[in-house]
Write a protein that binds this ligand. Structure first.
Ligand code: NAP
Length: 267
């Protein structure tokens, strides 16, 4: 029997990219999945194309609207009567220099990529505590471990996730609640097209690195393997990539890593 059989998983950002691939893979492995994002028609498409629409519930949700998250969490809990795994995945990236970036853009990225994650976590914790089981899966990024040009808001939000969820892990292990942080490298999705610019418009550019990125379906398998193994933190993506090397360099020889990042060509 699959580890995921009959588990209930809530995934944000399930209307495309990594979240969509995770949804398909989870349904194939016997899970029931609540899929969230802003675009209802895209969620319906993911549901219908999953092959087992009865195993999915759609829940429209805007992570930027903090005041709506409480109702969303209670609707998610009601969908199948329980949640076993919460996958915080929905998010936006950013491409702009610090000097040009409007404060509201910095705040928007933080709201979507960080504050929504910690609020949904707070809302689900009593449920996990009561059932003495639960697993938070946090889709961070290589940018949660390093800093390169043009990514200040995004890297700040992703770094913040590591601080918060490392602390949470240390608090909740006593009631069998787990935390897995995933740091993907370049994955071939719409993330760069959807990235915000200095003034908050969509970048609308795929870029070479994302265009040549690792396939989302393979990424989803890597993520689900890490969750099943109860990993604390896991890089996913191309096995021998510059991104993976960047994490290792930053950890073990930061002066070399920072020297390289200074010369990195922003994309
Ligand atoms: N692709 C990569 O190379 C890469 C690398 C490292 C980390 N990641 C992370 O992986 C996660 C998934 O991204 P992806 O690569 O799959 O990109 P994507 O294809 O652009 O998907 C992003 C998802 O987030 C949802 N979303 C965006 N803003 C939202 C909001 N305000 N409220 C609710 N949902 C929102 C989008 O749905 P709607 O538009 O329907 O709301 C979409 O489902 C993100 O956290 C990203 O930072 C990606």
């Amino acid at each position: 029997m699959s580890f995921y059989e009959n588990k209930v998983v809530w995934i944000t950002g399930a209307s495309s990219g990594i979240g969509e691939a995770l949804t398909r893979e989870l349904v194939q492995r016997g899970a029931r999945v609540i899929i969230s994002s802003r675009r209802e028609e895209e969620l319906k498409r993911v549901q219908q194309s999953s092959g087992q629409p009865e195993k999915l519930r759609t829940l429209v949700l805007d992570l930027e609207k903090a005041e709506t998250l409480e109702l969303a969490a209670s609707n998610a809990l009601a969908a199948f009567g329980q949640i076993d795994i919460m996958i915080h995945n929905g998010g936006i990236s950013q491409r702009s220099k610090v000097i040009d970036t409007l404060p509201e853009v910095q705040r928007k990225v933080m709201e979507v990529d960080y504050f929504s994650y910690i609020e949904l976590t707070r809302l689900l914790l009593p449920h996990f505590q009561q059932r003495k089981t639960g697993h938070f899966v946090v889709i961070s990024s290589v940018m949660g471990k390093i800093g390169t040009p043009m990514r200040s808001a995004y890297a700040a939000a992703k770094h913040a996730l590591h601080g918060f969820f490392d602390c949470l892990r240390a608090e909740v292990w006593g009631f069998n609640c787990k935390v897995t942080i995933i740091t993907p490298g370049y994955i071939r999705t719409n993330v760069s097209r959807n990235a915000v610019t200095a003034t908050g418009e969509k970048l609308n550019n795929l870029g070479k690195n994302i265009g040549n990125g690792y396939p989302p379906d393979k990424t989803a398998s890597q993520i689900l393997r890490a969750v099943e193994k109860g990993k604390y933190e896991k890089y996913v993506g191309k096995p021998f990539s510059q991104e993976r090397m960047a994490i290792l360099l930053m950890r073990f020889v930061p002066s070399i890593a920072i020297g390289i990042f200074k010369k990195a060509m922003p994309e």
